[in-house]
Design a protein around this ligand. Sequence first.
Ligand SMILES: Nc1ncnc2c1ncn2[C@@H]1O[C@H](COP(=O)(O)OP(=O)(O)OP(=O)(O)O)[C@@H](O)[C@H]1O
Length: 125
Amino acid sequence: MPNGTAISLVAGFMGQMDAREAAGLIVDMIRQKKMAGLVLLLAGPPGTGKTALTLEICQELGSKVPFCLMVGSEVYSLEVKKTEVLMENIRRAIGLRIKENKEVCEGEVTELSPEETENVTGWLW
Ligand SMILES: Nc1ncnc2c1ncn2[C@@H]1O[C@H](COP(=O)(O)OP(=O)(O)OP(=O)(O)O)[C@@H](O)[C@H]1O
């Protein structure tokens, strides 16, 4: 609502008034670029709506803000480095935005003519 209080039932979300009002403040702060360099941490028991609230914040910020769900057990896996997991998710988030602008050309390749180059990368300079 305009005064910053949450509506008791909206978009399937009910209760959690304090958390939803706080989420509204976060959305305002992001829009005013006051969250730059800051991280929002939602803590609480399982199934209390942390993910749902995060998705709401993301949707409120518009279609250009990607929602990228990360699984905690992935981050703490011994097989993959934490930085690799983070990089993969950042790539995924950027990929979502690139995908929106993707131009698809349809056609048929009728001929391929390989060209010899001097450098090992295969790029023409
Ligand atoms: N206040 C709420 N109103 C309506 N539905 C809710 C509310 N809180 C949670 N839910 C629903 O309960 C389910 C579990 O919520 P969610 O996955 O967001 O919880 P979570 O806190 O992220 O859980 P976890 O810590 O296990 O990841 C979802 O389907 C969500 O839509």
